[in-house]
Design a binder for this molecule. Structure first.
Ligand SMILES: Cc1cc2nc3c(=O)[nH]c(=O)nc-3n(C[C@H](O)[C@H](O)[C@H](O)COP(=O)(O)O)c2cc1C
Length: 276
């Protein structure tokens, strides 16, 4: 996941490894005893992990493994209510090589959100919290522009025990035809409305994950904060086309000869995050 910035100046911060990136979670600070809000409760449990590890939070076994290895928190792979509408293809990654043709300096992926049924995810969230009550488990959620859907996904994830939410307004290739992901995150008015729905339903901390594929990232960021979100996460992948295979003349990644723009991750993402 992206780097997370939670409002508040006097907290100490914890670097922990999440799905495919690093985020920052808050450690208990000197003033935390004065904050009775249950929304801050999860931060008390976090255990520092200082390595920049990467592993996908794609299922219970991987998430459990991360906690066993000492991770303080995990953001699970993005979920939606109806996984039957999500079709992931293979292959879905392409490499960007440095000039020497050996070093990999970037990846394009066209992977969508999780295609595993929501009911299975709920069961896994519950099992994970039963096994690791002190581990901070964050649900990454994405839905269509429909109030009932956002409220339902929040309430059901909370009932399964998750400690907080990352709202995925950020995937550049994630279901734009349903106005999901970056398609929603590029429209500050819609984003603010959706964040407001979520904040009306959520009892746990919520942050919005931003897309870098916008001229002024501060506009949707401010919209999320105006709606009451406790934090922002920057950034998802950078919309890209990695290249064309000069032998086959097919674009990469190529799925039966076809492709679509995807999201670049790796070195350039880190620099963009720093620029913001
Ligand atoms: C294969 C792959 C799958 C991803 N899936 C998700 C996802 O489900 N939800 C999400 O918010 N971000 C997803 N991301 C984006 C990452 O969480 C991260 O924001 C992005 O890779 C940029 O950071 P990095 O360059 O440090 O990896 C995915 C990235 C990759 C490479």
């Amino acid at each position: 996941m992206g780097s997370l910035f939670v409002r508040g100046s006097r907290q100490r911060w914890l670097s922990c490894c999440l799905e495919t990136s690093v985020f920052w979670a808050r450690l208990p600070g000197p003033n935390d005893h004065a904050d009775p809000s249950h929304k801050c409760r999860w931060t008390q449990a976090a255990k520092p992990v200082r390595h920049r590890l990467r592993a996908p939070g794609t299922n219970l076994s991987v998430i459990n493994r991360a906690f066993r290895e000492g991770w303080g928190a995990v953001i699970a792979k993005t979920v939606s209510l109806d996984s039957s509408k999500v079709v992931n293809v293979t292959p879905r990654y392409a490499k960007l090589l440095a000039g020497d043709g050996k070093e990999v300096i970037g990846w394009e992926n066209i992977e969508l959100i999780s295609d595993r049924p929501f009911a299975i995810w709920l069961d896994e969230f519950k099992k994970c919290k039963d096994a690791h009550p002190k581990g901070v488990l964050i649900a990454s959620i994405m839905e269509e522009y429909r109030k009932e859907a956002w409220i339902e996904i929040v309430e059901r994830c909370e009932a399964a025990g998750v400690d907080g939410f990352e709202l995925n307004f950020s995937c550049p290739h994630g279901l734009p035809e349903r106005k999901m992901g970056a398609a929603m995150g590029q429209d500050p008015d819609i984003l603010e409305e959706v964040c407001g729905w979520v904040m009306g339903a959520a009892k746990r901390p919520v942050w919005a994950k931003m897309t870098p594929n916008i001229t002024h990232i501060e506009e949707p960021s401010r919209a999320a904060l105006r709606a009451g979100c406790q934090g922002l996460s920057a950034i998802n992948t950078i919309r890209s086309v990695m290249g064309v295979n000069l032998e086959t003349l097919r674009p990469e990644p190529s799925v039966e000869g076809w492709t679509t723009p995807g999201g670049y991750s790796s070195k350039a993402c880190g620099r963009s995050r720093c620029a913001w």
